[in-house]
Design a protein. Structure first.
Ligand code: HEM
Ligand code: HEM
Length: 238
């Protein structure tokens, strides 16, 4: 809408905390999923799950206080905006957004919400709240999230192709092609460093407090029981 003042250049769109959040979330989800079946890896599974909880908590705060394109008020749109954007994808020049497009934003809100359910039900299963129900719900929510991740990745590829814009590269470097006034000014690297330090400190603390003897059959590798470490002494899984 605004008249371009200069020729397009690479401008900063995603601050460093958003990018660190994104790739840590991917790592935690993948790690938690891959370790979900095995009791031997339960501590890793739970640690990655709680890390994910912290990341979501951070993202909610950053969605309210963060930089321009990180704010929910900038990218969360109603159904009509989503439909309009999807309809323009058929055209040769689809509606373009410097931040998240309305359809992508829908997947993002769904991912954050379902991730919260995965973590809450995982906590319920781990702390033996509500019997089998939490375990069932936890697995269903995790698989639902996997499905949305698939849609999210397909959406990223489709939008990248339709806009001839490398969206994955932008989530790595933070930069997209645009007018200088479209860019954000600060990287907020200090906040990203704090996130990384908090995650490292949590993982270190989990590692230090890991039970060394484990339970019968664990091989003493620091595994915890399915229902949590507090049950290890009185619970035999034979
Ligand atoms: C605070 C976070 C988490 C905690 C405390 C937690 C805890 C647990 C526990 C205790 C189980 C075993 C349930 C049972 O007895 O069958 C489990 C299973 C499972 N978790 Fe998590 N989890 C967490 C996060 C996650 C995340 C982020 C994912 C997504 C990747 C995930 C995916 C799964 C899946 C798919 C299973 C089912 C495995 C099976 O087939 O038995 N969990 N989780
Ligand atoms: C576990 C898997 C994943 C989850 C849970 C996830 C979640 C998210 C979330 C929450 C955002 C919003 C970022 C923010 O504003 O804070 C996002 C954006 C994005 N994700 Fe993922 N993501 C996953 C996997 C991937 C993968 C594997 C790729 C690349 C191959 C990818 C590429 C992107 C891109 C390019 C964006 C920005 C989209 C845009 O330009 O609007 N994501 N993702």
């Amino acid at each position: 809408m605004s008249t371009p003042s200069t020729s397009p250049a690479k401008v900063l769109v995603w601050d460093t905390p958003v990018r660190v959040f994104h790739w840590l979330l991917v790592l935690c989800f993948a790690g938690a999923y891959l370790t979900s079946e095995s009791e031997r890896w339960r501590l890793v599974h739970v640690t990655l799950g709680y890390t994910m909880a912290g990341l979501i908590g951070f993202r909610v705060v950053w969605g309210l206080l963060g930089t321009r394109y990180a704010r929910f008020s900038q990218f969360v749109r109603g159904p009509s905006a989503v439909m309009r954007y999807v309809a323009t994808l058929k055209q040769s020049r689809p509606e373009h957004h410097m931040g998240h497009n309305p359809a992508g934003a829908l997947a993002i809100v769904a991912l954050l919400s379902v991730a919260a359910v995965v973590v809450a039900t995982g906590w319920g299963a781990f702390n033996d709240v509500g019997g089998e129900a939490f375990e069932e719900l936890h697995e269903i929510a995790a698989n639902l999230m996997l499905g949305i991740v698939g849609v999210h990745m397909a959406g990223v590829l489709i939008s990248s192709w339709k806009h001839r814009e490398n969206l994955i590269g932008a989530m790595v470097t933070g930069k997209k092609t645009g007018q200088p006034e479209d860019g954000i000014r600060s990287h907020w690297r200090s906040v990203a460093v704090l996130i990384l330090l908090a995650v490292a400190a949590f993982w270190w603390q989990q590692w230090q407090n890991a039970p060394t003897e484990g339970y019968p059959g664990s091989g003493g590798t620091g595994a915890v029981s399915m229902k949590g470490a507090k049950h290890d002494s009185d619970h035999d899984d034979d």
